[in-house]
Design a protein around this ligand. Structure first.
Ligand SMILES: [Zn+2]
Ligand SMILES: [Zn+2]
Length: 785
């Protein structure tokens, strides 16, 4: 041991714990709550940065992809605070609608339609309270810096009243009407659903080839159909005008098997020659193409499909059977009458309900509609004005707007949702709309008037239906900005600054929000939309219970802590693209936190010092640090946390720890350097660490705050501003050479079986001469003779 080393002063780390214990995260969160760090403190006249937080829907285990998305929404809030904004980050819970009804049925083993309404509502509430409290625990666990004290719920009477008032307002302006039209109907959910909630799946089905007779010639005409049970509702047979096989039959009549009724055979371009026989029967309604043809050709509908999922009297001998049973039965009958040509097994693109997965039927029903077709040009204009992160995801909205063909059906035949505030006169049927400003439950409350203004009757009946849940959540922006409740606040808080959400709900939440808020205020609800990708499994496949690939976030948070989870979510994929979820990837993020902890603890051995005489190595790492700040801020400005996460990780790991730290270790310990040179190393080490902590604070709020308070301040890191790249970039011109030289030395030592500490006869290249002192010490170089 050299004399110098034995004289070295004793260094003690200020950070005592050898390892980061993520159990600290609980206490740190508590301290944030106590310090009321995240309450909106609005300065007079200043516009807040308003985040229209998606109110999550509690309906079982929270999807790991959603938890990752909320972690990133929190990063938006923290980023904005560090840029000097006063941030309104509300916490809401969406508690209306179908999924919770389905969850309640299975949890309490009850059937909604067989349970008294009041009782079922209570059960839903109970189920929701439990799910919500778990959900809030998870939000707090991941460090979500929202305003929990001002939490809102979409099933609260104050919120439902808000939804109902908005309906009444639009009703008075003539934007709502009731109409009977063919509508998507899900028999499992027992309700109409909007196009936005219809998905398409390739399902196996039977394509039945059936012989029809041509009336005029007595010839057979083969028609292939997946819905033979709907033959009774056929009003037309079409062939493609260019299909030479069927030129002769155009204008003649087809006789329906079983029923004997005659329908016309017409040429129409929508008949596909290569599907089945090329001859198509048009029924009311097998699919949406049928709806379009009935409308286009003015055919009168025959409704064979009942709301109860069974065939109506129009189906004759099949009345009362379920559609599937009727299909089996009619195939049997066709076979018995020798009218069945063949059955093909095919995969058919089938519309299904996005909630229950059930194939949907198209059934004409009387529903309330909110006008949206008239607003499409305006909505496209607004969509083009909103700033999208990433910009490419604007197209999802535009594509959807371009495909909308009907107004939005907003009434649902469900129970746990906001009630439609309408009563009907039992004598003349006139509708009675209340004045608004209260929460109405027409299924149990008396009508708001004593007498019908039309016929004088005193008997009324409340509408038993509820709204589509998007009617509530689509005005979240108005609710959080206190529309019609606080004029001054609304003026500052609306439009909101940013709408963060997943790309899976662009057609619903994003679209409906812009539509509804525009109708009510004449303005778009927000100026920026942040559209996240979706969480997939390790192979990039969607997670489903049935596939057994669902990753539960809670045990992972328990094992690795929130910071590791958050850092994984930020560093996994560029903003807007889908990302893969697996424990292995989160463990990878955890390694970076371990590295950062070790680094912080090492630096905590040395006192924080000021220095005016930096050495070249110090100036070099500060150069690199300035570049890092600039590159990270590009990501922060766009709320793309992938950029800072990966830039900082690379810098910390590949440059700061591997090179600079090794270069200045001897100097920091004072081995062979002056006091002033030693202080320069201390100053630089701490300056880099301080900067990295602040730069990482939005991504990993717990560890950065812990280290910050241990080393640098009595206050939280979360009141700091982002660092400015205040150092000259001149020394970065040495970076490549320096890294190459160090790697070269390490390689030589490795090849010669030398330890890193062992001395080596080698000169520092001339181009790196400003760094000579540090490099010689770092590698124990002995100048060549
Ligand atoms: Zn359904
Ligand atoms: Zn009346």
């Amino acid at each position: 041991m050299s004399t110098k080393e034995s004289e070295k002063p004793k260094f003690e780390p200020k950070i005592k714990e050898k390892r980061w214990n993520h159990q600290f995260e609980h206490d740190i969160f508590e301290s944030w709550q106590k310090e009321r760090l995240y309450r909106l403190k609005l300065s007079k006249g200043k516009r807040p940065f308003v985040i229209d937080t998606p109110p999550p829907y509690p309906s079982g285990t929270w999807h790991i992809g959603a938890v990752a998305q909320y972690s990133q929404i929190d990063m938006i809030a923290r980023t904005s605070r560090m840029q000097g904004a006063q941030v309104l980050f509300p916490i809401g819970i969406d508690r209306n609608g179908l999924p919770v009804e389905i969850y309640t049925e299975s949890l309490y083993k009850v059937k909604m339609r067989e349970t008294p309404r009041e009782e079922f509502i209570e059960l839903c509430k109970k189920a929701l309270d439990e799910l919500e409290s778990k959900m809030l625990d998870t939000m707090k666990r991941i460090g979500l810096s929202g305003d929990y004290e001002a939490k809102y719920r979409t099933d609260d009477p104050s919120y439902r009243k808000f939804t109902q008032s908005s309906f009444i307002e639009l009703w008075k302006r003539g934007l709502i009407y009731e109409a009977s039209r063919p509508n998507n109907f899900c028999h499992d959910c027992g309700t109409t659903i909007a196009d936005a909630e219809v998905e398409y799946k390739e399902l196996p089905t039977r394509l039945t080839h059936v012989n029809f007779k041509v009336k005029e010639t007595g010839e057979n005409l083969v028609i292939a159909t997946t819905r033979p049970e709907l033959i009774c509702s056929c009003q037309l047979v079409i062939v493609n005008p260019t299909d030479s096989r069927y030129t002769e039959v155009q204008g003649k009549h087809a006789v329906l098997p079983i029923y004997g009724r005659e329908v016309e055979i017409r040429p129409h371009p929508s008949a596909q020659q290569d599907f089945g026989s090329g001859v198509v029967m048009i029924c009311s309604y097998g699919d949406y193409a049928d709806v379009l043809l009935f409308r286009e050709l003015g055919l009168s509908e025959i409704i064979a499909t009942g709301q109860d999922g069974r065939l109506t009297k129009e189906a004759g001998p099949y009345q009362g059977l379920t559609f599937a049973d009727a299909r089996d039965k009619i195939i049997e009958d066709l076979k018995a009458q020798s009218l069945l040509v063949k059955i093909e097994r095919i995969k058919h693109r089938t519309p299904v309900c996005s909630r229950s997965g059930t194939p949907i039927e198209i059934i004409p029903m009387k529903e309330y509609y909110l006008k949206q077709l008239d607003f499409l040009p305006k909505l496209k204009e607004l969509a083009n004005k909103i700033t999208f992160y990433p910009n490419v995801n604007r197209q999802i909205l535009l594509d959807w707007l371009n495909s909308i063909m009907i107004d939005w059906p907003i009434s649902r035949r469900r129970v746990y949702a906001t009630e439609i505030p309408v009563w009907y006169c039992m004598m003349c049927g006139q509708s009675v709309i209340p004045r608004g400003g209260e929460y109405y439950r027409p299924w149990k409350d008396p009508a708001p008037v004593a007498q019908c203004s039309n016929c004088g009757s005193t008997e009324f009946e409340g509408d038993p239906r509820t709204f589509d849940t998007w009617m509530d959540s689509s005005i979240s922006t108005l609710f959080i900005s206190k529309y019609k409740r606080d004029k001054r606040f609304f003026k500052h808080a609306y439009p909101a600054t940013i709408r963060p959400q997943g790309k899976d709900i662009v057609r619903t939440w994003l679209h409906y929000s812009i539509l509804r808020c525009y109708q009510l205020t004449g303005r778009a609800p927000f100026t920026h939309a942040w559209i996240a990708g979706l969480g997939m499994d390790e192979q990039g496949q969607a997670m489903h219970k049935s596939k057994g690939n669902v990753v539960d976030p809670l045990p992972i948070l328990e094992k690795f802590g929130a910071d590791s989870f958050r850092f994984w979510s930020a560093s996994e994929a560029t903003h807007g693209s889908d990302f893969r979820c697996s424990e292995l990837r989160i463990a990878g993020a955890h390694k970076f936190l371990t590295k950062l902890w070790n680094l912080s603890r090492f630096i905590s051995f040395f006192p924080y010092a000021r220095s005016t005489s930096l050495m070249a190595s110090d100036r070099w790492i500060l150069s690199e640090l300035a570049k890092l700040i600039e590159r990270s801020m590009v990501g922060y400005h766009e709320f793309d946390f992938f950029i800072p996460a990966n830039e900082i990780r690379d810098f910390v790991w590949e440059t700061f720890a591997s090179h600079y730290l090794e270069m200045v270790k001897p100097r920091a310990y004072g081995q062979g350097f002056t006091k002033s040179q030693q202080r320069a190393a201390w100053y630089t080490l701490h300056t880099v660490l301080k900067t990295i902590l602040v730069l990482l604070a939005p991504l990993i709020p717990y560890m950065t705050d812990y280290v910050w308070r241990q080393l640098y301040s009595n206050h939280t890191v979360h009141i700091e501003s982002f660092p400015k790249p205040a150092w000259p970039r001149t020394y970065s011109k040495y970076t490549e050479q320096m890294l190459t030289f160090n790697k070269e030395v390490w390689k030589i030592k490795e090849d010669r079986n030398l330890a890193l500490r062992d001395s080596l006869e080698m000169d520092v290249p001339k181009s790196l001469s400003p760094f000579k002192a540090d490099l010689v010490k770092m590698h124990s170089l002995i100048p060549k003779a």
